[in-house]
Write a protein that binds this ligand. Structure first.
Ligand code: UD1
Length: 416
């Protein structure tokens, strides 16, 4: 099993190009099922993307991958189900549900199990699909979905702006009969990216000023070529990595506007952040300062996915920082691993109190989840001595060439 060995203490300096957004490319790959043919540019090379392509292949799509481009021809689907093994390869495979139903009028997928962030219910996905005319039954751990009549537009109010539920509704509604309105949808940039992809393929999706999404059903989608947005979470992680080493980094190919909730936190920690049209420069001098309060919120609030890398920075701050996790129940698993390095983190429910220490010490740690794993790497970059981080397959789900990029900035990291 691969692991990272990191000798901490090297100051990071240099520039890197940020890859395409994992959370954009996955729903867009699902959406390609509705098109005649799709070419997606700026696809990151991630295990989650490979898993999504495996699902498309299983369904009968012809797929051709070249560098950062994926070409998908979903001409004749051979089936409308996703077997358990493929569902489990990727936690977010549930986003295929809306697309398969729209394409086939039925779907059979295994229930996504609990995950490393705590139970991840899909009740909002299912109740919304039911409003569009889907009948759903549970059978031995599988969801059997059928559309007895046809998919029809509906008024849907999401009690919580779930990203995945919003995407599933968009996918099921864009070729449904009539109009759909999603009230209180997720407003993440990846939602807008999916809407842009669908519209480029001939769908009629409008995101209103108040955030509500209007979808006017069309007959079918055409062939499309599309480039996904940059990964704002990977970008935030690299900023934390540079900051914790008292270094500097220039990130290229980013949309700074997507990171507006992240910059003030880094500035409070003492970083100088300069943004340009499609780049961000960060410089840090000295020890980080404490951040009074980091509250994770749906976009445009501070993203839950950036909570753990930022927490690594707070571990060596000159004071006490407070984190409140409002999105996922169980998103502090990295804290116990950080404690092995000497971090002082107290968790009480959704609140984590991080008392900064002067020095972290290298340790052997286990990645518990994707972003938590990135936090361990971030902390290890600043620790005294050698760290070993195992179960890095979690990290490879969401960061392309993480070790190589960090090494190119001067980090002493090897994958063994
Ligand atoms: C997506 C992102 C993930 C990010 C998260 C929140 C992808 C592939 N993943 O995950 O990286 O951390 O958004 O920004 O885009 N919930 C329910 N019932 C539902 C659906 C969700 O209770 O039917 C709850 C979840 O348990 C969680 C919260 O809503 O507590 C947010 O989940 P959601 O926005 O759906 O996240 P994902 O789409 O799973």
């Amino acid at each position: 099993m691969a692991k990272y060995k990191i000798e901490g203490g090297s100051r990071l300096s240099g520039e890197i190009k940020i890859h395409g957004a994992k959370n954009s490319v996955l729903p867009i790959l699902a959406a390609t099922l509705l098109t005649k043919e799709s070419t997606i540019h700026n696809c990151p090379d991630l295990t989650d993307v490979v898993a999504a392509c495996n699902i498309l292949r299983y369904l009968g799509c012809a797929i051709d991958t070249q560098d950062e481009d994926i070409h998908i021809v979903p001409e004749e689907l051979s089936c409308c189900d996703i077997p358990d093994g493929l569902m489990r390869e990727m936690r977010s495979s549930v986003v295929f549900l809306g697309a398969i139903i729209a394409r086939c009028g039925k779907a059979r997928v295994s229930l996504p199990g609990g995950c490393e962030l705590g139970p991840r219910p899909i009740d909002l996905h299912l109740s919304s699909l039911e409003k569009l005319g889907v009948v759903i039954a549970e059978d031995h751990g599988y969801l059997e979905c059928s559309v007895p009549d046809k998919l029809r537009g509906a008024n849907i109010l999401l009690p919580f702006p779930s990203v995945g539920a919003t995407e599933n509704i968009m996918l099921a509604a864009c070729t449904a009969e009539g109009d759909t309105v999603i009230h209180n949808p997720a407003r993440e940039p990846e939602i807008e990216d999916l809407a842009n992809f669908l519209n480029k393929a001939g769908a009629k999706v409008t995101i209103r000023e108040n955030g509500s999404i209007y979808i006017s059903g069309v007959q079918g989608l055409t062939a499309v070529e599309y480039s996904v947005i940059p990964d704002r979470i990977a970008a935030a992680t690299y900023l934390c990595c540079a900051a914790i080493t008292g270094g500097e980094v220039l990130l290229k190919s980013v949309v700074p506007e997507h990171m507006n909730a992240i910059f003030p936190m880094l500035e409070e920690a003492g970083c100088a952040v300069m943004v340009d049209q499609d780049s961000v420069f960060l410089r840090m001098t000295g020890r980080p300062k404490a951040i009074k309060l980091v509250r994770t919120m749906p976009y445009p609030g501070f993203p839950t996915d950036a909570q753990s890398p930022l927490m690594a920075l707070s571990c060596i701050a000159t004071g006490t920082s407070v984190y409140v996790e409002n999105i996922f129940e169980s998103r502090y698993k990295h804290a116990a691993e950080l404690a092995r390095m000497g971090a002082r983190i107290n968790i009480e429910g959704r609140v984590a109190v991080v008392e900064g220490v002067e020095t972290l010490h290298g340790a052997t740690m286990v990645c518990t989840d994707l972003r938590g794993g990135a936090a361990l790497v971030t902390a290890a970059l600043a620790a005294e001595g050698m760290s070993e981080i195992t179960h890095i397959s979690h990290i490879e789900r969401g960061y392309q060439d993480f070790d190589k990029n960090l090494a190119s900035l001067g980090a002493n990291i090897v994958k063994v």
